[in-house]
Design a binder for this molecule. Sequence first.
Ligand code: KL2
Length: 630
Amino acid sequence: MIASCLCYLLLPAARLFRALSDAFFTCRKNAFLAKSSSPQVDGDFAMAPRGPDQEECEGLLQQWQEEGSSQALSTVSEGLLVDKGVAESSLAHLMDNPGEQDAASEDKWSSRQLSDLWAAENLEESFPEVLGEEPLPEVEDPMWAEVPVQTGPQYADCAVLPVGALAAEQWEEDPAVVAWSIAPEPVPQEEAPIWSFEGLGQLQPPPVEIPYHEILWREWEDFSTQPDAQGLEAGDGPQFQFTLMSYNILAQDLMQQSSELYLHCHPDILSWNYRFANLMQEFQHWDPDILCLQEVQEDHYWQQLEPSLRMMGFTCFYKRRTGCKTDGCAVCYKPTRFRLLCASPVEYFRPGLELLNRDNVGLVLLLQPLVPEGLGQVSVAPLCVANTHVLYNPRRGDVKLAQMAIFLAEVDKVARLSDGSHCPIILCGDLNSVPDSPLYNFIRDGELQYHGMPAWKVSGQEDFSHQLYQRKLQAPLWPSSLGITDCCQYVTSCHPKRSERPAGWAEPVIEEDIPEPEPDFPRTVGTIQHCLHLTSVYTHFLPQHGRPEVTTMPLGLGMTVDYIFFSAESCKNGNRTDRRLGHDGTLKLLGRLSLLSEEILWAANGLPNPFCSSDHLCLLASFEMEVTAL
Ligand code: KL2
């Protein structure tokens, strides 16, 4: 009832806001107009109860989709095509005058709030049945220009992938094998096909002259010559250097289930054939030593990604989401650089626990760096690489935090040394939380006072509709039966049986079951902690003009939800030790691939586009680890 009243009050208010909007956000505005055309449905839907009445929610959603989707289709698509021209023409101006977009951001705020009125708490679970993948049309004339090879020390070894080295049937014939290395003939404007969405009439073809690779050019930010934030100088002696990429590659099933999010895209660039080839080109171009992927669809993984990545020299591990979800996380590494010590898949689903009834997963690997021969008798600490994709649902911050607690407990277990400190850790993935949100701050600061916090606040994706959702976090956040302390450690991990451990390192955990919880252990009042001492590779604002960095762009709204965190200093028994001593727990950040601003992505028609084949950008960082002479 309250929700419905608020809807009636706030909908007109937001329409006023909308009148002030900038052309950049016309798309979001139009999407909202179409979607909010039935306020009664919106209101009811926002208040629809959960659990036993989920079917009612789904019915309302379906009703909304049937009533509103055709309007949404036309307005969204037109809006985007109009905006693209505006975005292009004002790109240079924007880069010089970044502050001028502030008014537009306000509109973005209000339209975003309202467009989410129709989002249900359980929407992730209420997708229609998985669509069978139709054979998609081949892309006739891809629009790629040659991508100049990036230069710099980190690309010295960047090999050009011999096309024949990959599965020939997937690569040689595919016109999408062009994005990152081959320069195709541009399509003359007049010959470009006129394409259309069903029932929408004809739309203009995308302007083929957009120089995507120039607009979307990403700088390599080199920190190798500077002391890092912790004051660690670049190592003088031998060091072990490697690069790591984290990338949500947009599962085809999820894309088809949320097809309304991708109406701005030419259908050809959404075909899996096109996207797969393009993604492979992108992996090959950046050539990371470790590749952490999210939204990897299982059939695509086994049939295409794993075989192709194997031919590129990767060893891959995969963990599919639980339930009937078809995607999951993969971690791939170059066996020429690392040897596997253990692999630990993590499921967040716990039967019978409402807090943990979602199907998200993570995957934690412990890798032994292989130092090149000729360095003599040296040792380097193992590296813990942890990859996850946390629940999307903006309202369920409680679930996100509980998932993160399990993930951190697993990382703690895999990376923990017998003295209580940890080997170097990289924790990355799609956390579906924005910078400076409580969840983000928890990872960065190692502590969160959550008691009384509204669940929708946790991820920072808050908006109008979520504020109607009253769930508050209460202590304890998860039941003791989970077997995880408020320090995000497994209960039994707190008392390691040292006699059974190999010298120095935690036991491999691959076949180990989660231990039976101890009946009683102390709980803190409303605070959770961890002691992994993690720092983000990215600072979330672009250095040149201070605009927020963007890692994903749902419906034209840019935000950061993807991260690479790393242990920048060692942690001993919960106390920070002197960082300058070059402990095993320390990773030095040597460089990163810059992200982009929302405005720049707008100029490329958002994400995905013909050049970037996911709705996320990849994150890439280069690190250095201390090598100790024996
Ligand atoms: O935000 V994502 O996209 O990290 O790119 O993670 C989830 C969302 C992914 C896995 O659940 O599916 C997307 N509206 C929009 N996108 C959704 C929704 C939704 N209701 N539910 C899931 N996803």
